[in-house]
Design a protein around this ligand. Structure first.
Ligand code: ATP
Ligand code: MG
Length: 395
């Protein structure tokens, strides 16, 4: 036995000239996640279809639900464009809903194939009547039905009820690759998720300051990386030993400037790694004014250490909004575990809010961190998380 999933592609449909390339990316992403599982992928204008063996159905649905580029997905019945078969499929589809205690329904029909003899309204009437004759206790409610049966007449006919939402956006990789600065906090995992949904493949960088930060702090970041892989389909995590750089800054910089110097050093490391792995951007979890180091002036300084665009998807979202997304994607409970990250430990009481750009740039240069930065990159550990790790991260 096989199950068929009807996939609603959303934004890919707007890509006119590039639709093929976006579709290829989406298919590639699905293939990567279904590793080893046999499936058939079909493309038609406005809809994709995935067929898997029944035993793989649950995993396939999970994959599709978390694959950026997909707006919605439904388990569907495919039949010939024949009204009797459509009526039978309608009854079949309604069975599960009725056994779950539903009483009222509505039918929605879409006839893309205008050569089909019945128009959408008539399809609804005929299918609705056949359902009512099979289940006389059901009632029609067009405003607030317990369930909706959807019928689509296209290259063939399709009947389905429940549609599960996908993450929307664009297929991962369609916008190239970015490096995500991933701390153990609440914000950066959300930033990663958001950029993955905009089509950016990601590798993450975590600055680890052992022994000032504990192995548990690193494990927390690894769990977050595994979790985000549900949407990215897999991700490398660069663990950059940052202690020597921090100590050098602590020794040679002055109290108010330390956080800024740290940020600039982080950005320089990110820039080197990004160029090594052919990334086109750096992603951070910054939000304007959230903490002292996230003023526009301070962001100008940190981003001056990279030639790449710094993408900050959370820039206009307040903490409550960010927390709501973190809860929804299941990173919140990991992020609030108590292990501190390196910045918290070295934070001055009164950081500079409006730095003098030229003066602080020269101060950074005077720290002469170049060699330490190069060797931090060279001594990084690169851990690989794939979709299977993501599944283990707990749903
Ligand atoms: P988060 O919740 O993401 O940690 P935050 O509010 O604690 O954010 P900051 O500590 O100012 O903010 O960090 C701003 C951004 O810098 C983070 O969102 C993250 O992208 C990056 N960052 C901070 N610390 C680290 C770290 N140890 N490793 C990697 N990236 C980091
Ligand atoms: Mg942080």
């Amino acid at each position: 036995m096989h199950d068929l999933f009807l996939i609603k592609p959303g934004e890919i449909e707007l890509k006119l000239g590039n639709r093929r390339e976006f579709t290829r990316r989406l298919k590639e992403q699905i293939t990567k996640r279904l590793k080893g599982i046999p499936f058939i992928f079909e493309e038609y204008p406005g809809r994709f279809f995935l067929t898997v063996e029944e035993k793989d159905s649950e995993l396939a649905l999970f994959v599709l639900q978390h694959c950026p580029g997909i707006n919605g997905v439904a388990k569907a019945i495919r039949i010939k464009k024949d009204i009797d078969e459509i009526c039978q499929a309608t009854v079949e589809c309604a069975k599960t809903e009725i056994s779950a205690g539903s009483h009222s329904f509505k039918i929605e029909a879409r006839r893309s194939d205008k050569s089909f003899p019945l128009d959408s309204y008539k399809i609804c009437v005929v299918a609705g009547n056949s359902l009512l004759s099979e289940y006389p206790k059901l009632s029609v409610d067009v405003h607030n039905p317990d369930f909706i049966i959807r019928i689509e007449i296209r290259e063939q006919a399709y009947v389905y009820s429940r549609t599960v939402a996908g993450p929307r956006g664009l297929p991962v990789g369609s916008q190239g690759k970015g490096v995500l600065l991933l701390s153990g906090g609440i914000d950066s995992p959300v930033a990663g998720y958001m950029m993955a949904c905009r089509g950016l493949a990601l590798e993450s960088i975590y600055f680890h300051s052992y022994p000032y930060t504990s192995p548990e702090a690193q494990q927390k970041v690894e769990r977050l990386a595994a979790r985000i892989s549900i949407w990215t389909g897999g991700m490398n995590l660069w663990i950059v030993p940052f202690t020597d750089i921090q100590l050098a800054i602590a020794k040679a910089s002055y109290e108010e400037a330390k956080t800024l110097m740290l940020r600039m050093a982080m950005m320089q490391v990110a820039d080197i790694i990004a160029h090594r792995i052919n990334a086109n951007s750096v992603v951070t979890g910054e939000s304007l004014g959230q903490v002292a180091s996230q003023t526009a002036e301070n962001m100008r300084l940190s981003q001056s250490k990279t030639s790449l665009p710094v993408l900050r998807p959370l820039i206009g979202i307040d903490k409550e909004g960010i927390i709501a997304i973190a809860r929804q994607i299941g990173t919140y409970d990991i992020s609030i575990l108590p292990y501190e990250d390196c910045c918290v430990l070295f934070s001055p009481k009164h950081p500079i809010l409006k730095p003098d750009f030229g003066e602080l740039r020269s101060h950074f240069e005077s720290l002469a961190l170049g060699n330490l930065i190069e060797s931090a990159v060279d001594n990084s550990e690169r851990k690989c998380f794939d979709f299977a790790d993501a599944l283990k991260s707990g749903i």
